[in-house]
Write a protein that binds this ligand. Structure first.
Ligand code: TYD
Ligand code: MG
Length: 478
């Protein structure tokens, strides 16, 4: 009907405006507004207002039937224990814990990670176990939609993974409206969409993967999940340093953000919850990629034992630091080599050499370590750049260990900043770091004495060894 009105859309955050601005009023980016003909989008609005295409109503929901409800009416017949969809088996338990105890009906879960890390594999397995159900919940349809692979390719993968769920449906499409129309009649127990970068809404400008499409498709899936109570798992590709699917806005729309990463050893995959409206974000799932898909790693401490060949001697000069990267926790290994020679010839890889020089000076002055005639080489293993002062203690520990030729048992981790007086200082998110390291299978953690009070109330499966200063620390460990 009416002529399309020209407006402007920000290519960064996807916000739309009726006039052009030099600086986007949504995200403050400069020069990102471009001309945009919303024509089709207006149609989507009209649909929701109750004209034709009732089936598309989740795209822009303005339902007049919806009214506020009394809490008591909502909770009536509300079964807390049976609210979440359980994920049985060891694999299911591992994901379940990361999700906060099962799948919440009507939730939109974003599963991010680098290309090739195993997101499609993880979600196909999840789709299979949700579909198979448990003893209390029988088998039910679950739809796995891929915009990246044909259904034959997915079936081939499922076959290699020995997935035989009789109610698992596969569908290959990139059109969100088509996907939601087709699956609604199946009223599945869950929906997987692989991936956000490949789907589009014809009502919006641009090709799949652009920021407006990413935002609008995610919003449409959210409305769909909320209206139908069908949980939706949305896969998103991210580069190592980038945020999920580029725009931060995506993380705000969804209920849960899971992040899958492969680290340290090639076959291990970690699943973290970065945001969770229904649970804690401190849980970590540990999986191993095999030729038959992902398997839960029941005893994560083995991850480290295999790395240091459990039969061979533990080397002196190795210490484990616990660092945060954004909202993610990493256990990383610091390796030091102290040999006779003239100081200043040493080399530092993977962390700031000025910081290492300071730590060496403090070790000499405040802990009495006779490092004067030694060259120190320091390497942060795995190519990780250690920038946090939380790693100071592990750096000091690795240097002490090499200098004293005393290997550190491989079940100890170190967290803490070192001050010029040799005192140990607490660092942000001590609780999160200690929880992550306990989950990874470490048995002991050296922390600054000042953190003891914070950590004591936590029910941790790890021994906390608080120290005031470097001298105390050396007496505790060596
Ligand atoms: P995939 O799930 O396709 O990753 P993503 O969706 O995150 O891009 O997994 C990719 C890698 O996983 C691929 O290199 C092959 C490997 N893989 C296995 O080792 N075993 C398996 O059973 C499967 C299905 C994949
Ligand atoms: Mg994939």
């Amino acid at each position: 009907g009416k002529a399309p009105r020209v407006s402007y859309v920000c290519s960064n955050c996807g916000d739309g405006f009726s006039q052009w601005w030099g600086t986007c009023r949504g995200c403050q980016a400069v020069g990102t507004l471009t001309k945009f003909f919303p024509g089709a989008a207006d149609c989507a609005d009209a649909d929701a207002e109750g004209s034709h295409h009732a089936g598309r109503s989740w795209i822009r929901q303005k339902s007049k039937e919806m009214v506020p409800k009394k809490l008591r009416e909502v909770t009536k017949g509300f079964d807390q224990a049976g609210w979440r969809i359980p994920l049985p088996g060891t694999f299911g338990n591992e994901i379940s814990r990361v999700l906060g105890g099962g799948v919440v009906p009507g939730s939109l879960v974003l599963v991010g990670g680098d290309p090739g890390v195993g997101k499609s594999t993880l979600m196909l397995q999840l789709a299979s176990i949700v579909s198979e159900g448990s003893e209390d919940h029988g088998s039910a349809p679950v739809v796995y939609v891929s915009g990246e692979e044909s259904i034959e390719q997915i079936a081939n993968r499922a076959d290699r993974m020995s997935i035989r769920s009789k109610d698992l449906y596969l569908y290959s499409s990139t059109d969100i409206e088509d996907i939601l129309d087709k699956i609604q009649s199946l009223s599945p127990k869950a929906l997987v969409v692989d991936s956000i970068q490949t789907v589009y809404l014809s009502a919006f400008a641009g090709s799949a993967g652009n920021q407006v499409q990413v935002r609008e498709c995610t919003s449409a899936l959210l409305s769909f999940a909320k209206m139908t109570n069908i949980p939706v798992f949305l896969i998103g590709h991210v580069t190592k340093t980038g945020d999920i699917a580029g725009p931060r806005v995506l993380e705000h729309i969804v209920d849960v953000v899971l992040y899958m990463e492969g680290e340290r050893c090639l076959s291990h995959r970690l699943l973290r919850s970065v945001k969770n409206r229904f649970g804690s974000t401190d849980e970590l799932g540990v999986f191993e990629m095999s030729e038959h898909g992902l398997q839960a790693v029941l005893n994560p401490s083995e991850m480290f034992l295999t790395e240091h060949d459990s039969d061979s001697e533990i080397l002196a000069g190795l210490a484990v630091a616990v660092v945060l990267d954004g909202s993610r926790t990493f256990a990383i290994e610091v390796q030091a080599l102290s040999v006779p020679g003239s100081p200043g010839q040493g080399k530092v890889v993977g962390t700031r050499s000025k910081r290492v020089e300071m730590i060496i000076s403090v070790l000499m002055k405040q802990a009495g370590l006779k490092l004067h005639d030694n060259v120190i080489y320091l390497n942060v293993v795995s190519g990780f750049e250690l920038t946090e002062t939380a790693g100071d203690l592990a750096i000091a520990a690795s240097i002490c260990s090499s200098f004293l030729e005393f290997p550190i048992p491989n079940d100890i981790a170190f967290i803490g900043e070192i001050g010029l007086g040799g005192e140990l200082r607490t660092v942000p998110r001590m609780d999160k770091r200690v929880m992550a390291i306990a989950k990874l299978g470490y048995r002991k953690c050296i922390v600054p004495k000042t953190s003891e009070k914070l950590l004591k109330p936590l029910d941790l499966d790890i021994q906390i060894l608080p120290c005031n200063n470097l001298k105390e620390f050396i007496n505790t460990v060596f």
